[in-house]
Design a protein around this ligand. Sequence first.
Ligand code: HEC
Length: 134
Amino acid sequence: MLRSTFVFSALLLSALSPQQPAATPAAQSMPADAKTLVNPVKPTPDSQARVKKVYGYDCAMCHGANGNGKGDVVADMKLTLKDYTDPAALKDLSDGEIYYVIKNGKGQMPGEGDRAKPDDLWNMVILVRSFSKK
Ligand code: HEC
């Protein structure tokens, strides 16, 4: 009950403030089913190359080109980021939870929102996980 009140007020807040970037209130209320969503895409060399390019534009300045969390703006923004080259970094997050953060943002992270299609977001999840596999 408490939770649904919170979700409702977060939704209300975001509806009332259309100027807010996607990363704000709604982002804090991860839907309960996010954890159990199963990644529906199979990565191909093409789809991974495509999202790698997007990662370069939209993510690398914070998370680093290879996911190590040492992007160019980290010091200025005083960010503390995980090192995705370490397999432990994302082990407690499901694919659905990672998808949700990439789409909606979290804290100081802006989300991709509607800029990326669902398939590309799922491919981005695969890309982010792949940083610890090299
Ligand atoms: C402005 C810097 C910034 C940009 C750009 C950014 N992120 Fe983030 N990201 C963060 C921060 C800060 C967090 C931690 C948020 C928190 O827990 O409050 C985060 C969290 C995450 C998480 C959740 C796991 C974790 O590390 O806590 C994932 C996955 C992620 N980012 C992927 C991406 C991807 C993919 C992109 C590009 C589409 C991206 N981020 C763009 C700053 C950024």
